[in-house]
Design a protein around this ligand. Structure first.
Ligand code: FE2
Ligand code: FE2
Length: 178
């Protein structure tokens, strides 16, 4: 498998989560409520999977290595854009957490904010994923030899292996703070 393989497989799971979010949005429209626990699950998926595990590998391994390569102006521009989009996603998820907290405590107006953030995600991800799958991953592969790509794949697996420990360390730390 090439290094971009796991990233593209992860994109497919993110797309499946976006379908679930679309379904949740339709429910908000029809019954004017949402289960805050379901929102928690989506927030956790975006935070731990889409952002830490997936964007983490992109930024901390792929983009890190690309920074030392003679990138074309266009590839440089796209990489900068992708990094900004990751930051936007992180910020949107934070705002979703805040809206969900307000909703839980009985603030009815928070439902519209939750819906707007969810809408942002279903709009955002397909475009971001397409830009990576169809444009950027193909372009970035040309800057690495087969050996370098293999080494990157190995580093991706190692990154994933550490993630489960990071996740549950943060769970314990979160509980200790309460
Ligand atoms: Fe990305
Ligand atoms: Fe991605």
């Amino acid at each position: 498998m090439q290094a971009r393989g796991p990233l593209m497989i992860e994109h497919r799971l993110i797309e499946r989560m976006m379908s679930l979010i679309k379904h949740a949005l339709a429910q908000i429209e029809s019954i004017h409520k949402i289960d805050p626990v379901f929102v928690d699950t989506m927030v956790d998926f975006i935070h731990m999977y889409a952002d830490r595990t997936h964007h983490g590998k992109e930024e901390e391994i792929l983009f890190r290595d690309l920074k030392n390569r003679p990138l074309s102006t266009e590839d440089q521009r796209v990489m900068k854009e992708l990094i900004e989009e990751h930051a936007f996603c992180r910020q949107t998820n934070k705002e979703l957490v805040e809206a969900n907290t307000r909703y839980r405590t009985g603030d009815e107006s928070a439902l519209a904010d939750i819906a707007s953030k969810l809408h942002t995600f279903v709009e955002f991800y397909p475009k971001h994923i397409q830009k990576e799958d169809m444009v950027f991953f193909t372009a970035s592969r040309t800057y690495f030899s087969d050996e370098e790509d293999k080494a990157m794949l190995a580093e991706f697996w190692e990154f994933d292996r550490k993630m489960i420990h990071e996740k549950y360390k943060s769970v314990v730390e979160g509980l200790q703070k309460q």
